[in-house]
Ligand binder design. Structure first.
Ligand SMILES: [Zn+2]
Ligand SMILES: [Zn+2]
Length: 354
């Protein structure tokens, strides 16, 4: 085993700093992973890359970046109970205390321990390195049918979407609207398709993203963002609007569109982070009997369920990865993701680079 490794840090001025640091050794209940794929998230760009905006759970503490890691165990520390050397694993990206109420529900994302809750790539070292330490309790087994790149996509994007879709329920009766066709929006459309949605309508402003949604056949209709979106969605749905809407844009006008383009008794889930929204409660939701849900990441058990379903559906999340870079070119990877002119951007090693 080599003594040092390369790792990427985000100083908060729209650059990436590569450093050589010691390869860590796993302590009790921890494993050392050889990193295979680490994808870049919209929240890395929003809260860390340009400037260190995040507070609390989104506070970046100068650690190795990357919270969507997937790799192979090369060393297991003492006390590991399930996962062994050679296992292919996804890392649930927040390590919680394990004993608060939220952790016991599997939602380490909302762990209430200020002392022990640490997110990979935010408050503890993440996946943008040759190797990474993870706690065994944070691991999800990656099925043989899925690649490491598929797994990295589950870590944050697809898991977050699956949780939101489970909350509002998607089935063959539903026309669905997805506002925002970045990686999370594309994941939403792909999962809605497998869950049987009858019609999927997407909205975005970036031409590259609209094209990916069309080229991959993820949406039945793709609309350019504009003031007539609500009327357009109603036209496409027999004048009714959609039964389900998912906002992945975090944009105020797109969120209002998601709410207003949903038909009576419909459900809306807000997944996109940050920003604001303005709507008129009586006409927009109360009188129309609509429900708005919020959904933050997912649980370890639902992630396990999702990877099982991905295999059953033959759905490969890596399909929305449009660009792969080796670790040494992480700076280019972040710059491309920040431009938005791409699908998902991944930093890869070994078989995932070929
Ligand atoms: Zn993420
Ligand atoms: Zn906890």
């Amino acid at each position: 085993m080599q003594a040092t490794m390369r790792a990427a840090y985000l100083p908060g001025n729209s650059t990436v700093e590569m450093r050589t640091v010691p390869v860590p050794a796993p302590h009790h209940g921890e494993v050392l992973l050889r990193m295979k794929t680490s994808t870049i998230c919209g929240s890395d760009i929003r809260a860390i890359y340009h400037e260190h905006l995040g507070k609390g759970p989104e506070g970046y503490q100068g650690v190795i970046a990357g919270h969507e890691p997937c790799g192979q165990i090369v060393e297991a520390g003492p006390g590991c109970r399930r996962f062994k050397v050679g296992a292919r694993v996804i890392v649930y990206h927040i390590s919680g205390c394990g004993v608060c109420n939220d952790c016991r529900r599997g939602y380490m994302i909302s762990c209430t321990s200020t002392e022990y809750r640490r997110a990979y790539g935010w408050q503890r070292d993440g996946g943008m390195a040759e190797y990474m330490l993870a706690e065994e309790k944070d691991l999800i087994a990656l099925p043989d049918e899925l690649s490491y790149a598929d797994g990295a996509q589950v870590a944050c994007g697809f898991g977050t979407v699956y949780e939101g879709l489970e909350k509002i329920g998607i089935n063959g009766n539903h026309a669905v609207l997805v506002t925002g066709l970045g990686p999370v929006g594309l994941a939403t459309a792909a999962l809605c398709r497998k869950l049987g949605a009858r019609q999927i309508i997407g909205i975005d402003v970036v031409e590259e993203r609209m094209k990916i949604a069309r080229d991959l056949g993820l949406c039945d209709a793709v609309l350019a963002s504009g003031s007539d979106n609500v009327a357009q969605v109603k036209d496409l749905t027999g004048g009714h609007g959609v039964e389900r809407a998912i906002d992945c844009s975090a944009h105020a006008l797109a969120r209002a569109t998601a709410i207003r383009a949903t038909r009576k008794w419909g459900r809306i889930v807000l997944i996109g982070e940050g920003g604001t929204v303005e709507f008129n409660p009586s006409p927009d939701i109360i009188h129309e009997q609509k429900t708005i849900y919020g959904s933050w990441v997912t649980s370890t058990w639902l992630m396990e369920e999702l990877v099982e379903r991905l295999v059953r559906w033959n759905l490969h999340p890596a399909e929305i990865i449009t660009h792969r870079f080796p670790l040494e070119r992480a700076a280019e990877a972040y710059a491309l993701m920040a431009s938005g002119k791409c699908g998902k951007v991944a930093v890869c090693a070994d078989e995932e680079l070929k």
